[in-house]
Ligand binder design. Structure first.
Ligand SMILES: [Zn+2]
Length: 110
């Protein structure tokens, strides 16, 4: 049995263990706020991924929906193994750096 903290969300606990302080399962990082599912579009930085997701925004003037997307940087703890193209679940957390305020909590199967 791998020991991990309960992060308060219904996600599966990573199989691997890590000693990252900024890991919500094995470190001390609390998660709170919004949860999103998106696609990893950039995985080149160390322990950071860029996650993007689409949504529809209604424009009343044209009575149609407009496609929009959001891109955010998220912290990737070493115990979670994801690559570019994977779908991941990210959760909002405290600001980890200038641009990071989300953390990857789960790899979502396609
Ligand atoms: Zn971990």
């Amino acid at each position: 049995m791998v020991k991990a903290r309960d992060i308060g969300l219904d996600v599966k606990v990573p199989k691997k263990e890590c000693n990252d302080k900024k890991c919500p399962f094995h470190g001390t990082l609390p998660v709170r706020g919004k949860v999103f599912v998106g696609e990893v579009v950039k995985d080149r930085a160390q322990s950071t991924v860029v996650v993007k997701w689409d949504y529809y925004h209604y424009v009343p003037k044209y009575e149609r929906y407009m496609r929009r997307n959001t891109k955010v940087s998220a912290h990737l703890p070493p115990c979670i193994d994801v690559r570019k193209g994977d779908r991941v679940k990210i959760a909002e957390c405290r600001p980890l750096s200038k641009t990071k305020k989300f953390v990857v909590i789960e790899k979502v199967s396609k």
